[in-house]
Design a protein around this ligand. Structure first.
Ligand code: FMN
Length: 174
């Protein structure tokens, strides 16, 4: 069962959850992959409720997202097993099926094709309506560079892409 909600009424919970991490789930064909995200914005653009997620170039999620053009955001309500956010934030879908190995329960979506995850029941179904690759040429503060000099040989390639997800449905899986 789903309890449908106004996502903005839950903005404090969503923003607080981002500090520890939420999941971004994407589906390409039969493959469902999920990753932990901590950088995001909830707001309005083009007169529509929008969730913007920032995904680095090297994530397995990125080509899936570019193809699917939709995603769900899966947000804990109350306590969540910290191991889920840890594994989904450190292991890649390239190397393991995180959903199967963590025993996560997929929930049929309402509007898009990407499922939600019952263990993180506050769900946003999002359709990508705009995406923008961030680039070193636009950086105005040195602090930004410090996030791009660690593990990627091609720094420009590893900059984040902002995915503007129009929130088409929001609910809590009960
Ligand atoms: C708390 C936390 C927050 C994270 N936030 C982001 C984020 O906002 N964007 C991003 O690209 N990676 C982020 N990551 C890293 C990815 O979750 C991690 O690299 C993951 O293994 C990628 O999975 P994939 O290769 O299956 O896409 C975060 C990791 C953690 C632990």
């Amino acid at each position: 069962m789903k309890k449908f909600i106004d996502p903005f009424a839950y903005a404090p919970q969503i923003l607080k959850a981002l500090k520890k991490g939420v999941l971004l789930t994407v589906k390409d064909g039969q493959q469902v992959n999920t990753m932990t995200i901590g950088w995001a914005h909830l707001g309005i653009e083009w007169s529509t409720p929008t969730f913007i997620a920032y995904v680095r170039g090297c994530r397995h999620t990125k080509p899936m997202l570019d193809k699917a053009c939709e995603f769900t955001v899966n947000i804990p309500v109350g306590e969540v097993d910290a191991n889920i956010l840890k594994i989904c934030g450190t292991r890649s879908g390239r190397d393991m099926d995180k959903i199967a190995q963590l025993g996560l329960t997929l929930e049929e979506p309402e509007v898009i094709h990407t499922p939600g995850i019952k263990e993180l029941p506050l769900t946003l179904e999002c359709r990508v309506i705009y995406r923008q690759q961030q680039t070193p040429a636009c950086v105005l503060d040195d602090h930004v560079y410090t996030h791009y000099q660690k593990d990627c040989p091609d720094i420009e390639q590893d900059y984040h892409t902002a995915y503007y997800g129009q929130i088409l449905s929001a609910y809590i899986i009960e």
